[in-house]
Design a protein around this ligand. Structure first.
Ligand code: PAF
Length: 269
């Protein structure tokens, strides 16, 4: 695996896994999926200041460079690229807007977050020119917006979505989990438990009731819990073919998000 600050031109097609570092088994699964598409797999590590509306959150974002190197290599990355801010943002780069959806759900609590995500991913795509790029379903709204942006600006890149990797407790893996206390990690399990309970109900009303229990969960500060339509990201209704439950909230001051697909056959309205 080559480690680079400025990316050397690649002479074969690559699959790309953009990350912000603090790699864990979830990222490794993305890298392994990327390897199924191409022998050349570029992993970028760049903590993108543009997508942090809260400077404290940016400062606290975990950095584990040695672990990143080992996990990327073990999962099969061929290039680990650590661009610098000045390399990605020389000053004349195009700033993208995530539009109305960029202001809802995650975007409602994190003003400008998705504009920053789309701006950096567009820039990374321009530089890496991958054949495929892999993103986790855990950040489902991000995945949706990136698919939209790529269809418009990079139709030649195949966007691959990868399933969420969970601890045995059900907690979705996240780089932020290392900031949770022991008690906080237990509280955080209530998110996946509520999602899983909701996905086993057979009407939207019952699913919403399961999710609403999170409002009463001690030490959990719920931001939103909703059932959306995967195809439009609108709130689901009786005609929704692909419903998905999405949740966000804070534990120990750490923002956590998760989501789960709901089998349409379960939704009897
Ligand atoms: O999901 C992430 O880690 C980031 O939002 C991404 C896609 C690497 C852009 O900075």
């Amino acid at each position: 695996m080559r480690i680079e600050r400025s990316l050397t031109a690649l002479d074969r097609p690559c699959a790309f896994v953009p990350t912000m570092g603090a790699l864990h088994a979830g990222h490794q699964s993305l890298i392994k999926i990327a390897r199924e598409y191409c022998d050349e797999v570029v992993v970028s590590v760049f903590v993108n200041p543009l997508q942090f509306e809260d400077k404290d959150d940016l400062a606290k974002y975990p950095k584990t460079p040695e672990i990143d190197e080992r996990l990327a290599r073990e999962a099969g990355a061929t290039v680990l690229w650590r661009p610098e801010v000045s390399g990605l943002y020389p000053g004349n780069e195009k700033k993208l807007s995530a539009g109305e959806l960029g202001k809802r759900f995650e975007g409602a609590s994190r003003a400008g977050h998705f504009d920053g995500v789309l701006t950096v991913v567009n820039r990374l795509f321009d530089l890496v020119k991958p054949k495929f790029a892999v993103f986790g379903e855990k950040d489902f709204q991000q995945l949706f917006l990136i698919k939209q942006m790529a269809a418009e600006l990079h139709p030649e890149i195949g966007i691959i979505s990868a399933p969420t990797i969970r601890e045995t407790s059900g907690l979705a893996l996240s780089s932020r989990n290392i900031r949770l206390s022991k008690a906080g990690a237990l509280t955080a399990q209530s998110i996946s438990k509520a999602l899983s309970a909701a996905s086993r109900k057979d009407s939207l009303a019952e699913m919403k009731l399961e999710l609403a229990r999170l409002e009463k969960e001690p030490e959990f500060n719920l931001d939103y819990a909703e059932i959306i339509d995967e195809d439009s990201f609108e709130v689901a209704d009786e005609n929704t073919a692909k419903p998905r439950a999405i949740v966000a909230g804070w534990v120990d001051g750490v923002r956590l998000i998760d989501n789960v697909a709901i089998s349409p056959s379960l939704v009897k309205l």
